[in-house]
Design a protein around this ligand. Structure first.
Ligand SMILES: Cc1cc2nc3c(=O)[nH]c(=O)nc-3n(C[C@H](O)[C@H](O)[C@H](O)COP(=O)(O)O)c2cc1C
Length: 207
């Protein structure tokens, strides 16, 4: 059994919660990407959103290498992926690698929050993309050394995730039945009582 891209998109949406931003509810991470380019204008909007992310000391330690399909950067990022991710992510028209400077620019001391800040910026990236009707799928499954060498990333930068960006595609085009099954399965989350606490082990009382 499979579903169309539109049907699966509906199924993946988080339940509507009054007052929660619609993009938060409809963002999800597909593996099937349509054969459709992302416009340069949309890419710019996505990175403008990233630019306004908060960061420790306003360091803005993040840098994003953007590989549009057909470019050397796309090939290099793709070549660093583990086999499982290679099997689906090559269809994404844009592959992005997020990295963060681990040293503060004002005094060269260690910035222990660099990767945290990169994660915050990447969250904005995914939400701005969702607001534009685009899909993102982050990946930790890539070889850091292959990516670092191919893209000549200095040792003082920590690597975050590879982000596949594009338009959601038809699940039936995925390379395996298992992947199709995951693609059309409902999304699940821990309950608030497990993650929001009044004291250790004690759920906070929320409305
Ligand atoms: C840092 C990070 C690393 C991830 N690595 C992979 C990966 O290597 N391969 C993959 O298929 N999905 C990967 N994912 C996607 C997660 O599995 C997905 O975000 C999670 O299941 C929640 O689903 P949702 O994004 O649709 O809500 C990663 C996500 C994040 C945030």
């Amino acid at each position: 059994m499979t579903l169309s891209a539109i049907e699966v998109n509906d199924l993946k949406k988080a339940p509507s919660i009054d007052g929660v931003l619609p993009v938060v509810l409809h963002r999800w991470s597909p593996r099937a990407f349509a054969d459709r380019e992302v416009s340069a204008g949309d890419l710019r909007k996505i990175f403008e959103a990233v630019r306004w992310a908060p960061s420790s000391y306003n360091e803005q330690p993040w840098r994003f290498i953007v590989g549009v399909r057909g470019s050397a950067a796309h090939d290099k990022i793709y070549s660093s992926l583990i086999g499982f991710n290679k099997s689906w992510a090559g269809k994404a028209p844009v592959l992005i690698l997020g990295v963060a400077s681990t040293k503060f620019s004002h005094n060269g001391s260690a910035n222990g929050y660099a990767v945290y800040d990169l994660g915050a910026a990447t969250a904005l990236l995914t939400l701005q993309a969702a607001a534009l009707g685009l899909a993102t799928h982050q990946m930790a499954g890539f070889d850091h050394e292959v990516a670092r060498q191919a893209l000549e990333i200095p040792e003082t930068y920590a690597l975050g995730s590879v982000i596949a960006l594009g338009y959601q595609g038809d699940p039936a085009a995925l390379p395996s039945e298992d992947m199709i099954a995951t693609e059309i399965a409902p999304r699940a989350r821990k309950p608030l009582s497990e993650i929001v606490l009044a004291a250790w082990g004690e759920p906070a009382k929320l409305a």
